[in-house]
Design a protein around this ligand. Structure first.
Ligand code: BES
Ligand code: MN
Ligand code: MN
Length: 462
């Protein structure tokens, strides 16, 4: 293989400029006001796929945002890699907390990224990481070295639950047939510690509403005599965890996969510095489930978190009022074997059962998905490990992530294939937060490592 490093060095400016042009498009999938810009994002991705040398590029419209497909089939006898990624991004809010414009990418140096990092919404999640694949394939095609078949499927609704990708995958099984799915939408431990994500958590997301009296009341005239929905909701939420920070929903842990002592010992070997972790977050101490380490708590253990809570008067000054309603959005991160629909039901029954007389409670499920695991003996994992070895000079560490990409479990169910999660982002890259960024070094390292994956995966299959 011709060294991808010299190609990257030669084209470095263009590799950055092209990514910048994609980052300038505010493809926010959650907000209907950005519908046209999301479409523009899809068109830009389609153009870059064709320009890289891929064929059959098509923008599939859906009931929501479009899905971009392209492929290059060089020989049906050879293995096929399906690349998945997303061009939609999270809303940039709160905008005030950005040091630069979220859709006007700039390169700035940081302590962790002395070579510079690209600051923009989507820089890391997932435009930057998805773009590495387009550029890696461009390199392979343009230098006549593509060793196997490749298909791309880039969606525009990952950040809102991939609702329209589900029927698309089910209806296009033949089109999407593959030997492995390759995704860069996760992270790695550190720049000098390559890692491959071997697991994702599942998710159950619900919204709850507690209703008390039929209207907001004077808190003096009625206070003490009727249930205050915010007081009640707070009590109910507080009761969902016990003293040891375990979740108190009957049946919640029934299917949780318990890792063996050996697996936990292997996990504990990954480099991790607790005081650096606490310092980076400006907290005195970590907090979580008793008898589990921080890395276990945020990857192999399920969680329940309130994401937002509102009700009553929150304007300037004071208003003496007992609100009629109180709301919260609650997410549960799930681990392999837990079924998100079952967990949603368990939550609903439990939450309704703990409501005291005097209020009514409703639970509305939002979306969810199953957890996922890639075994380290899978050919895809082995090819990825060999690729990292080649570009980093080090064996990568397998690591389960706490994040979720719900469609990955569905890929396995419907297409029968495993996904390999080659993430190049860092936890400190602030995805979903103000000042999201992606290291220039990480971006280029990804473009260098991905071609090796194709080479090793093809070799392992022959
Ligand atoms: N790319 C992330 C997921 C991720 C990030 C996994 C880092 C592992 C490491 C993805 O775009 C995302 O944000 N997923 C959502 C779920 C989705 C249904 C909105 C999440 O994890 O909250
Ligand atoms: Mn993502
Ligand atoms: Mn995301």
């Amino acid at each position: 293989m011709i060294d991808p490093k010299s190609y990257i060095e030669e084209h470095k400016e263009r590799l950055l400029e092209e990514l910048f042009s994609l980052l300038q498009i505010p493809s926010v999938s959650a907000d209907p006001a950005y519908k046209d810009q999301v479409l523009e994002g899809a068109q830009s991705v389609a153009q870059f796929l064709s320009a890289a040398g891929l064929e059959n590029t098509k923008i599939h419209s859906t009931q929501g945002h479009p899905i971009v497909y392209a492929d290059k089939i060089i020989n049906p006898e050879l293995p096929t890699v399906l690349v998945y990624g997303h061009y939609d991004v999270q809303p940039p809010d709160p905008i005030d907390l950005w040091d630069s414009e979220p859709f006007n990418p700039v390169i700035k140096e940081t302590e962790i990224h002395p070579e510079g990092a690209i600051f923009a919404r989507g820089a890391c999640d997932d435009k930057g990481q998805m773009f590495m694949h387009i550029k890696a394939i461009e390199y392979l095609i343009q230098t006549d070295q593509l060793p196997c078949n490749v298909k791309f499927m880039i969606e525009g609704e990952e950040e809102v639950g991939s609702n329209n990708l589900v029927p698309f995958v089910k209806e296009n099984k033949a089109l999407l047939e593959n030997d492995v799915i390759l995704i860069s939408d996760t992270g790695m431990i550190a720049k000098d510690t390559p890692s491959i994500t071997t697991g994702l958590r599942g998710l159950s997301y619900v919204e709850v509403c507690v209703t008390g009296p039929n209207r907001d009341l004077h808190s003096g005239l009625y206070g003490g005599a009727v249930a205050n929905p915010i007081n009640i909701l707070s009590k109910m939420i507080a009761s969902l965890h016990d003293q040891d920070n375990r979740i108190c929903i009957p049946g919640f842990y029934d299917r949780v996969e318990e890792l063996s002592a050996a697996e936990r010992a292997a996990m504990a070997k990954a480099p991790f510095n607790l005081s650096d972790y606490e310092k980076a977050l400006d907290i005195e101490s970590v907090y979580g489930e008793k008898d589990y380490s921080t890395n276990e708590r945020n990857s192999i253990r399920p969680t329940l978190d309130v994401n937002g809570i509102w009700g009553g008067y929150i304007g300037e000054g004071a208003k003496t009022v007992i609100p009629s309603k109180a709301y919260a959005k609650i997410s549960m991160r799930l681990v392999p074997n837990q079924n998100w629909e079952e967990i949603t039901q368990l939550f609903k029954s439990h939450f309704e059962s703990i409501a005291p007389k005097g209020v009514r409670v409703s639970v509305t499920p939002h979306h969810g998905g199953q957890g996922y695991v890639t075994p380290t003996h899978h050919r895809g994992y082995m090819a990825a490990a060999a690729a990292y070895k080649q570009s980093f000079g080090k064996e990568p560490i397998p690591q389960r992530s706490g994040g979720s990409i719900p469609i990955v479990a569905l890929f396995e169910e419907v297409l029968g294939s495993k996904s390999v999660l080659m993430g190049f982002g860092l936890d400190s890259d602030a995805i979903h937060s103000p000042n999201e960024h992606f290291g220039v070094w990480n971006y280029l390292k990804g473009i260098e490592t991905i071609p090796y994956f194709y080479e090793h995966f093809t070799a392992l299959n022959s």
